[in-house]
Write a protein that binds this ligand. Structure first.
Ligand SMILES: Cc1cc2nc3c(=O)[nH]c(=O)nc-3n(C[C@H](O)[C@H](O)[C@H](O)COP(=O)(O)OP(=O)(O)OC[C@H]3O[C@@H](n4cnc5c(N)ncnc54)[C@H](O)[C@@H]3O)c2cc1C
Length: 462
């Protein structure tokens, strides 16, 4: 006789991936349970993309005020109220989290505000109940957590992005450690809000994995805006002082700041989940190992989103969750294609990128053609700003397909969404160039780059 279960699907984690999967499965008629140990919405809504973007918006006004004078406005004398901003931000985050709860309820899923743990592949125990639920299928969607390196004396004095959203006061100064997008974004936020900001990274250049021109260009631009960038340097120790934290650096210098923030990476959140008991395989980083359909090595367990450490972005977690639910509950086998996923860095100025960097494209295709423009955007020339925009296309010389597009400058994240459609469709450079420019915009540069770019070092060699 077939075994009966309390649930057709139990989802652990009500973040981007879990909520999407739960809703689709429930709307397809499945009996769905979902557990969330913190707040519904997950990292993106509560302590990631959304509050971060509000902070970016808040911090960008200082640059706008500067530009405004060049456009004829008088000095505004505007001041920023951190407490008022935090209150408004928290109200909006609570509203959004509430929308997620309503959507789950409207879909017919049972939501439990509790921590869940697997006792065996079909049994989920919630920490607030003394009984366990049985589920035919289980989806692990528990996300990731900030990771801070162990072994640095005083490291417990440092905050992570989780705490940066709730600082009791806006500090006078901050040292941000890390070179990834979260470090760079928070450096822009604090700098824009008037905090003396230092960004320190142990590598030779920030934003590993991005195109090298983008990395170099952004470093110049954020330094131009007043951020001190220290590269190739690490912490030896952190010490509390009466006014803040003294950072002893490997370079032999000390830096004293009111706050130190670590943004040195995130680890899949698999600890204490019962994966070992249930027999679910994880890799060396602790990420759940899955196939193209997000299925684990255990036949009735799937995993999506950051906990699988594929591409750790909200829309990817959502698409993985949707693909799982389409496959398992709507009878439409669907796997999410991780190729050419566009992404943005909300640094100041921001970045939009899709496809391969020049280096990766050379590695993959051998011969590539580069089209590249660095220019002062119209808005800056008028007010006397020195900032520059970068636009770069990477083309596979053999097929003439555009395989990478990289933009640094105002509105880059908005532009890249459109570019991504064409690139995903396999557009060639000549098809791209058939598109007539929109004038006057910065984006028109994208479709008017006709001359191949030859890097100076290659030009010199003939
Ligand atoms: C500061 C920051 C900025 C970011 N900015 C962007 C951005 O601009 N764009 C972008 O695309 N991505 C961004 N991201 C990444 C994005 O937030 C994640 O990729 C996305 O949230 C992953 O979704 P998920 O469903 O895998 O996990 P999450 O959204 O993290 O959800 C997992 C949920 O599971 C819950 N949970 C964990 N364990 C248990 C358990 N045992 N029982 C019950 N509940 C549990 C957690 O509390 C959490 O709510 C950012 C991340 C951070 C930290």
């Amino acid at each position: 006789m077939a075994r009966t279960f309390d649930y057709d699907l139990f989802v652990i984690g009500a973040g981007s991936g879990g909520v999407r999967a739960a809703r689709i499965a429930a709307m397809a008629g499945a009996k769905v349970g979902i557990a969330e140990e913190h707040r519904v919405g997950g990292t993106c809504v509560i302590r990631g993309c959304v509050p971060k973007k509000f902070m970016v918006y808040a911090s960008e006004f200082s640059q706008s005020f500067k530009m405004a004078e060049g456009y004829g406005w008088s000095k505004s004398g505007a001041t920023f109220d951190w407490a008022r901003f935090l209150e408004a931000k928290d109200i909006e985050i609570a509203r959004l989290s509430g929308v997620y709860v309503t959507n789950l309820q409207n879909a017919g899923a049972d939501l439990a505000h509790a921590r869940a743990e697997l006792h065996d592949p079909h049994t989920v125990k919630l920490d607030d109940r003394d009984f366990a639920y049985s589920a035919e299928k289980v989806l692990i969607a528990t996300g990731a957590r900030p990771s801070v390196p162990a072994g640095i004396p005083g490291i417990e004095l440092a905050i992570t992005s989780n705490e940066a959203f709730h600082l009791p006061n806006l500090p006078e100064s901050i040292l941000i450690v890390g070179g990834g997008y979260i470090a760079v974004e928070f450096a822009g936020i604090f700098n824009g809000l008037g905090v003396k900001t230092t960004l320190m990274y142990r590598g030779a250049n920030i934003l590993r994995g991005f195109d090298n021109d983008v990395r170099a260009h952004l470093t110049t631009e954020i330094e131009r805006r007043g951020i001190t960038v220290i590269l190739g340097c690490e912490h030896l120790s952190l010490e509390k002082t009466p006014t803040g934290i003294k950072s002893c650096l490997a370079s032999g210098h000390d830096v004293e700041t009111e706050v130190v923030m670590y943004a040195t990476g995130r680890d899949p959140y698999t600890a204490g989940l019962g994966l070992e008991t249930a027999g679910v395989a994880i890799n060396q980083k602790g990420a759940v190992v899955v196939d193209a359909y997000s299925k684990t090595n255990v036949g009735n367990i799937w995993a999506v989103g950051d906990v699988t450490d594929r591409i750790n972005l909200t829309p990817v977690a959502i698409r993985e969750g949707a693909a799982f639910a389409e496959t398992e509950f709507r009878g439409r086998p669907t796997s999410f294609d991780h190729e050419a996923v566009a992404s943005a860095v909300f640094s100041q100025p921001p970045i939009g990128a899709v496809g391969l960097s020049e280096a990766d494209a050379r590695h993959k295709y051998g011969k590539v053609d580069i089209y590249r423009q660095v220019f002062r955007p119209m808005k800056a020339t008028f007010y006397g700003g020195e900032e520059r925009m970068l636009m770069k296309l990477v083309v596979d010389a053999a097929s003439e397909r555009i395989v990478g597009c990289h933009i640094v400058g105002a509105d880059a994240p908005e532009m890249i969404q459109m570019a991504a459609i064409a690139i995903k469709m396999g557009v060639t450079k000549s098809q791209w160039d058939e598109t007539c420019a929109v004038h006057p915009t910065a984006a028109e540069e994208l479709v008017t780059m006709r001359e191949k770019y030859v890097p100076p070092e290659l030009a010199m060699n003939g």
